[in-house]
Design a binder for this molecule. Structure first.
Ligand code: PMV
Length: 342
């Protein structure tokens, strides 16, 4: 164990959200949060979660503030889970972990639907690693963050990132970088269609889907093929293949979720209107394709030279609150180390 050597008492980490082009939906029935299907995402610049971890051995337990407001319950539990993983490592450690005060802020509106757990737990992983002096590799941090939120495992890396499906019996499953941010000058236009948090979180939604959706087996069989097609299209920078394949991955994910009991309907009216607007843009010759996560917002994949035009058209769709143009971004990183010199 490396605890104590180079242990910093406080550190700040920074990470970007990511959007899956090939969707992850569903977990293995057993094991530490192992995805049932492979996924592929793009890490996004321009939006950042910044997380400070300060060791406070005198505290009775970990403390968390999110955008300045104290958090309780499940959010704190997940933070403690990741702090424990980073401290103990896969083999475990006998020393007791000091409690930590964690402060996390997003520089983007949480209403954008991009304030997913991905950037939060990726930023926490790098900050915790430094504050606790754990000296984990980025692969270890990715595998650990993945146990708390699978999409967070991907945000440790920049650019295009893949996360394989888990295998029963495995603990170890990091994401891995497929191509750096500058591999392909894509743009992702976020069309914000609602304010407030989503109705059903992804973990609950996935469990319900696996337990009740008659389409789940078909999704598990189909998703790996779709992932391979998307992977090849990214490597070849082929938007004519990537675009339709990413749309289908998202629609298939929502299809299997819609068939759950009770149904998981993440869309609102504007979610559908934006899809129709994207189809109209395409009919008029634009390169624009949509993807949708477990919420009502729509993210449009397009090229750098068409992004402003696409954004302007989508901003005019009824029910769209605002649009944000994003680009491929870099990996999670450490901002400061050993702030109070302990
Ligand atoms: O890992 P989670 O719990 O953030 O779930 C992510 C689920 C989707 O965003 C819908 C798909 C994905 O691959 O990111």
């Amino acid at each position: 164990m490396s605890h104590g050597t180079g242990q910093a008492a406080a550190a700040v980490g920074e990470a970007h959200p990511n959007i899956a082009l090939a969707k992850y939906w569903g977990k293995l029935a057993e094991g530490p949060n192992l995805p049932a299907v492979p996924s592929l995402s793009l890490t996004l610049a321009g939006m950042v979660t910044r997380t400070a971890v300060r060791l406070e051995p005198s505290l009775p337990g970990d403390r968390l503030t999110l955008d300045g407001a104290p958090a309780q319950g499940r959010a704190v539990q997940r933070v403690s889970q990741l702090l424990d993983l980073v401290w103990h490592g896969p083999a475990g450690a006998s020393q007791r972990r000091p409690a930590a005060a964690v402060e996390s802020t997003n520089d983007f509106p949480t209403a954008a639907g991009l304030a997913s757990s991905a950037s939060a737990f990726a930023a926490l992983a790098v900050a915790a690693n430094a504050a606790l002096g754990a000296e984990r590799s980025v692969e270890e941090l990715s595998s650990m963050a993945r146990q708390v939120s699978a999409s967070a495992g991907r945000s440790l890396f920049g650019g295009f990132v893949e996360l394989p499906a888990g295998k029963l019996g495995d603990d170890w499953l990091p994401a891995r970088p497929l191509a750096p941010a500058d591999h392909w000058e894509l743009r992702l236009v976020v069309a914000v269609t609602a304010v407030g948090p989503k109705a059903v979180g992804s973990t609950e939604g996935m469990i319900r889907t696996a337990a009740t959706s008659p389409l789940y087996d078909g999704w598990l069989r189909w998703a790996p093929e779709s992932f391979q097609q998307i992977r090849q299209a990214v490597l070849a920078r082929d938007l004519d293949v990537l675009g339709p394949a990413a749309e289908r991955s998202a629609l298939a994910m929502h299809g299997v979720a819609l068939a759950a009991d009770p149904p998981l309907v993440y869309w609102n009216g504007a979610t559908v209107e934006v899809q129709r607007a994207v189809a109209r843009l395409r009919a008029a010759g634009a390169d624009a394709y949509f993807t949708i996560d477990a919420g009502p917002h729509v993210k449009i994949i397009t090229t750098a030279d068409q992004a402003e035009q696409v954004a302007a058209e989508l901003a005019a769709v009824t029910g769209v609150h605002r649009v944000i143009v994003t680009r491929p971004g870099g990996p999670a990183r450490l901002l400061t180390e050993g702030v109070d010199g302990r």
